[in-house]
Design a protein around this ligand. Sequence first.
Ligand SMILES: [Zn+2]
Ligand SMILES: [Zn+2]
Length: 258
Amino acid sequence: MFVDSHCHLDRLQLEAYDNQLAAAIDAATARGIQQFLCVGISVNNRQAVVDIAEKYPSVVSSVGVHPLDVKEGLATGEELIQWSQHPKVVALGETGLDYYYSEEEKVLQQESFVIHLEAAARVQLPVIVHTRDARDDTLALIKKYGSESSAGVLHCFTENWDMARRAMDMNYFISVSGIVTFKNANALREVVKQIPMDRLLIETDSPYLAPVPYRGKPNEPKYIKEVAEYIAALRGISLVELADITSANFYRLFNKAA
Ligand SMILES: [Zn+2]
Ligand SMILES: [Zn+2]
């Protein structure tokens, strides 16, 4: 079985499925994907992702405010803690720092990230971290405000080996998306070859970042298989072994989903 450890089921493009999310989930299930983590990105989509998790037995969700959505409003620590009590909410996030687009929002992003890290430590849930062009600040805030027992994952990882290693030293997992299949991703491929197998997760981040040969088209959870096939070949292991290990890693990290 495969797990899609990070997807945005509330944002999929469903024209090919008659606008039925159930049909897209069925298409993924038919390819062996048996668990989906539908990730919250803002105070405004929290209810939507929790509703999807309630409706579909194979879906769990997270709640949080994406660094590029902080302008829509921050969640307080109390809110995050309250929302996380839902039985199908297995993590906080995505949160983190993204300086690529938004230099001017840095301070607000940092404030929001700290709120998530502290709330996660209190409720002992893992944190889903989005990080881009903010290596040192991301690691420094995790170190200062995070706790090892609520360590989480650096999702859609595109940074260097040094950052991966320093995050893993703080108990973090590294999640790899379809970007690893892109022609220009040589540096990332070198990193992915080195990640210890017991620290590796896979994700689609759909509807974004469809893997080759679907690059540029809308992504969906069923393409986790292409991501898995690519990484298995890169690591020189079988697809079954890669699927088994990354699924086991998922339940070890998001143990409320187990
Ligand atoms: Zn992200
Ligand atoms: Zn995401």
